[in-house]
Design a protein around this ligand. Sequence first.
Ligand code: PLP
Length: 489
Amino acid sequence: MSTGLSPSMNTFHQTPEQFRQWGYALVDWIADYQSRVSDLPVFSQVQPGEIRAQLPASPPETGEDFSAVVEDLNRIILPGITHWQSPNFFGFFPANTSGPSILGELVSAGLGAQGMLWATSPACTELETHVLDWMAEMAGLPDRFKSSGTGGGVIQDSASSAVLCALLAARERASGLNTNETGCHGDLTAYTSTQAHSSIEKAVKIAGVGRANLRKIEVDQKYAMEPDLLSKAITEDRQAGRKPFFVSATIGTTSSNAMDPLPAIAEICRREGLWLHVDAAMAGTAGICPEFRVFQAGLELVDSYAFNPHKWMFTNFDCDCFYVADRAALIRSLSILPEYLRNKATESGAVIDYRDWQVPLGRRFRALKLWFVIRHYGVAGLRHHIRHHVSLAQEFARWVRESGDFELLAPAPLNLVCFAPRQGNEFSEELLRRVNASGRVYLTHTQLRGRHTLRLCVGQTHTELEHVRAAWTLLRERAANMKAEAAPA
Ligand SMILES: *Cc1c(COP(=O)(O)O)cnc(C)c1O
């Protein structure tokens, strides 16, 4: 069926019937993709420029048949995809998804509603508030983050945006500096650990605080922030006439899943009057299981908290849950009301306008996919799968510990295992290159105390024991080959 101009209809639009046809076809396409993705080479093997070289230099003058588009999706695009949804994907952190999430995304696009104000689509706002309260209950977060108290939650596009908003609220709150009016004067100082995500540094740059004013506090043997060193850095800055205002701690660092000691850090922040943000981008999902909430001790003392269902909670990107204990502080820093957005509901004060809780004005209906996911799995279903992922990673860690050839390079508190072959950095780098080149798995690396470190992160929706076992077998096989090659003939 052609989607081109039909002379009789004098329109270029896809008809509802055509949409239905291609909609069904593409849902089938996605379902087929899901059933065969484990057989595809995980890491895209294309060379730079290879995808663009297959695309026409200029856009089509006349509309094409949609079948040609789908054909090119298969022929050109798919080879250039690294398959994050492969159960053999163990790289970075997961960006997992699920049927209900994809369908929520589809409905959100179908409705195409702008949720910037309560009035621009009340359901967008109210479902979001409600689902974020659910999420707080599910993840065992303190009551102060719920909308019933002084705080509340909002969906951000990413953990990076969440920390930026936290930093802006903290900057505005910092002892009457009124930075929204007068800007920053180079004397504010922020703190995080050497292991914190790069988004903290990016936020400090964007917020006008300046990278030179971000202190990266050293960590202990487990890569967790040293509270004594934090305290010392704050004191030194005060003595130098600076204005400490913000600390970002991490539950589950990107590099090694390290857990900063929240109670001690929170105590320092309380004493010093600093805003404490907690970045739990991936590991926050584990809080759905009560036995993993040990890492959340002290959370009742923090000002803001963020985690990404779009990493490990079967909800496709983008979906970051951002909570603040004092929503007034956040709104004060981000609120803006031009004449063309004035409306009765806003002026009544009875509604939430989420445009005041984020950097952009416009916003998508992201709560829908989260709602679909939670209702499909139920809390028990989510717990089951998270526990399963953790147990698979723990099993892998046990194999590493018991092998003579590999060793663990960091504690593995949840679903990430940091390890390396004993032969050293060059061997480790080459091993990683070879296992990834096989197309059968994808792992990424980090650097821990000078050691090239392999990271195996379990979190893709359909990863099972067989996939983890195959990764381990492959690693050992390739390592054995390399040893054999290096041995004198
Ligand atoms: C992945 C990650 C981030 C960044 O997440 P985005 O949502 O992509 O911004 C931030 N912090 C930690 C600890 C992460 O692991």
